[in-house]
Structure formats: C-alpha cells, structure tokens
Design a binder for this molecule. Structure first.
Ligand SMILES: [Zn+2]
Length: 239
C-alpha cells in the first residue's frame, strides 16, 4: 500500500519515496504526495526525480484496484525506475493549489446552497456542483456575494477523524450523495470549516478560506426539473 502523505498535509509539495512496484498502470511508491483521482478531484501531475537526477513526468495519479496503492501514471514511452529505487516525488504545485482553492470553495458553496448535492467536479481554479434545489430560484449575483462573504471570513479549515461507527450514527453529515466517503478502514476524515461547514471528505483543501481568493458564479444550468448545476470560477491568484 501507499502512505497518502497528502491526507495529513495537503501543502507537501515533495517527498522522498521508494518504488514498491512497477505496474502496467504506473509506478507504486511506498509513500506519496500525489493525490489520486477521486471524489470529484482530478489526479495530480508532477515528476519523479531519480537518483541520477533524471526526471520522469507523472501525467496522472489514480488508485490501484485495491484502493490501497496509488499509481503514478507515466507518460507513454518513459522507462520506469526499478523496484527498490529511491525517488523524490514532486507534484505540480501551481496546479494542485488551484484545485485546493476550488475544492474548498465548493465546500463553502454547499453552505450557501444548503441542498442535497448530487454531483460535482473540481477543476483548475474552477468547479461545479449539482444541487437538488427543488423550486428554489438561484441567482448568480446573490450566490457569489454570499460565497465571497464566507471566503472573506478567512475561516480555519481543519481535519478530524471519527470512527466508522460514529460516522454511521450521524448520516446527516453526508451532503454529497453521489460521492460516498471511504469507510472500512475504521475511521472517516471530516473536514470542518470553522463555523461554516462540516462534512466527510478525502480531498485536498486550503488551510484558511481567505486563500481561495475572489469567486464568481459563471453559470447556473438546469440539469433536471428540480436539479441545478452551479459553476464557479476563482480569480487567477489567491487573495
Ligand atoms: Zn473536500
């Protein structure tokens, strides 16, 4: 299995690691800072730096079938390092930080629009969520104003873990019906935005909402009679 270093510290840009195995789908390391595609967030890109200084581009990161190991997908034609080799795994931080800001902004959006979430995606400085908002009239300017007010609070984002049993006893914690938080390891990670939002999530987030920067609502689309897709975009750089 791969130790997911990003789970405890999303701000780690690189880490030393050992190649555990080389699979057809990619390189498995004993530990990594690379976030694997999942929960609506794309897999990280970056590079593996070998002992001789040569670089291997990682074009995507995915879970292996067992969900315990993480595959660093290499560009086609690259020669993989041998098992046991030491590498430095380094993510494309600019890209990741854009995703962390967008991901955290989507948490805030669920506080602005307190409806069940049926789908979503984190992009590079933008994102979307689908809401079962019923007959509610959604207004772009009003949503953006409320979202930016929450960002401006510069609230602290914290993680804490609860047991699977505790989680099962609190079904109200789940806002996103389409993305089940991973259970079965005995514990579930909760992401708390102080005074604003609390939900289980395995993604990467910024430490304070002020890091998100200015948000705009770029679209509200009708996905079903009672379902709306809300798209947001963030300013180029964080505030
Ligand atoms: Zn999250």
């Amino acid at each position: 299995m791969t130790e997911p270093l990003f789970r405890d510290d999303a701000y780690l840009r690189e880490a030393e690691a050992i190649v555990s195995s080389v699979e057809s789908g990619g390189i498995i390391l004993n530990r990594t800072v690379f976030y694997p595609q999942g929960g609506g967030q794309p897999g990280d890109r970056g590079e593996l730096i070998l002992d001789d200084g040569s670089l291997l581009a990682v074009v995507n990161t995915t879970y292996a079938a067992d969900r315990a190991a993480i595959l660093h997908n290499l560009a086609e034609g690259s020669a993989p390092p041998a098992p046991g080799a030491r590498v430095v795994a380094r993510i494309d931080w600019d890209l990741r930080f854009k995703r962390m800001r967008a991901h955290t902004a989507l948490h805030l959006l669920t506080a602005v629009l307190p409806y069940p979430v049926t789908g979503g995606a984190v992009g590079d400085g933008e994102g979307r969520l689908d809401f079962d908002s019923g007959e509610a009239a959604l207004d772009k300017a009003e949503i953006a104003e409320k979202l930016n007010a929450l960002i401006a609070k510069d609230a602290t984002v914290r993680m804490r873990w609860i047991s699977d049993d505790e989680f099962a006893a609190n079904p109200g914690l789940v806002k996103t019906m389409s993305v089940k938080p991973p259970t079965g390891t005995g514990r579930v990670r909760l992401v708390e935005i102080e005074g604003i939002d609390l939900q289980p999530c395995g993604g990467t987030h910024v430490r304070r909402t002020g890091e998100i920067g200015q948000a705009t609502v770029t679209g509200i689309e009708k996905k079903g009679r009672l379902n709306r897709r809300v798209r947001i975009a963030l300013s180029q750089s964080a505030a």
